[in-house]
Design a protein around this ligand. Structure first.
Ligand code: TYD
Length: 134
């Protein structure tokens, strides 16, 4: 399984840093929604779902956290620890986020608006969909 880590350009000078997310340059889809999570806990993981069609890129704006990414065949863990790395959460990737630092702010850009019917929240169902598809 190959998960894409997107290296974002830090435009920095004596005034500080600026990071831009540009569609088709940094983000491989049109952005229809942005959301962010904060006040996260080191002991309470999140995620535990996949999406049928939604594509997302997550960026740890401050702090750090870990992502478990699973395509139904293998799973790998990634650490996001800087604001210039995005992780592509493609459609049909089961993802779990955990070990959030106290200061973690996790921003996500998404290819579509929120739609609960796009979620697969049951891992067995997800794994079956992957194996039925292969
Ligand atoms: P959820 O996607 O389950 O969070 P996580 O996977 O990070 O644990 O979303 C948590 C709640 O917020 C759930 O009730 C759905 C709601 N929600 C929205 O209303 N809009 C959104 O854009 C998102 C991502 C979630």
């Amino acid at each position: 399984m190959k998960i894409e880590l997107i290296q974002l350009k830090e435009l920095g000078d004596e005034r500080g840093f600026l990071v831009a997310l540009e569609v088709n340059k940094d983000i491989p889809f049109s952005i229809k929604r942005v959301y962010y999570m904060h006040g996260l806990s080191s002991v309470t993981p999140r995620g535990f779902h996949a999406h049928r069609d939604l594509r997302q890129v997550a960026i740890c704006i401050t702090g750090n956290c870990k992502f478990v990414m699973d395509d139904g065949i293998s799973r790998n863990e990634y650490t996001l620890s800087n604001s210039s790395t995005g992780i592509l959460i493609d459609k049909m990737i089961w993802h779990e986020m955990h070990d959030f630092s106290d200061d973690c702010v996790l921003m996500v850009v998404a290819s579509d608006v929120y739609d609960e019917s796009d979620y697969i929240r049951n891992y067995k169902q997800f794994a079956k969909m992957v194996s039925d598809d292969s």
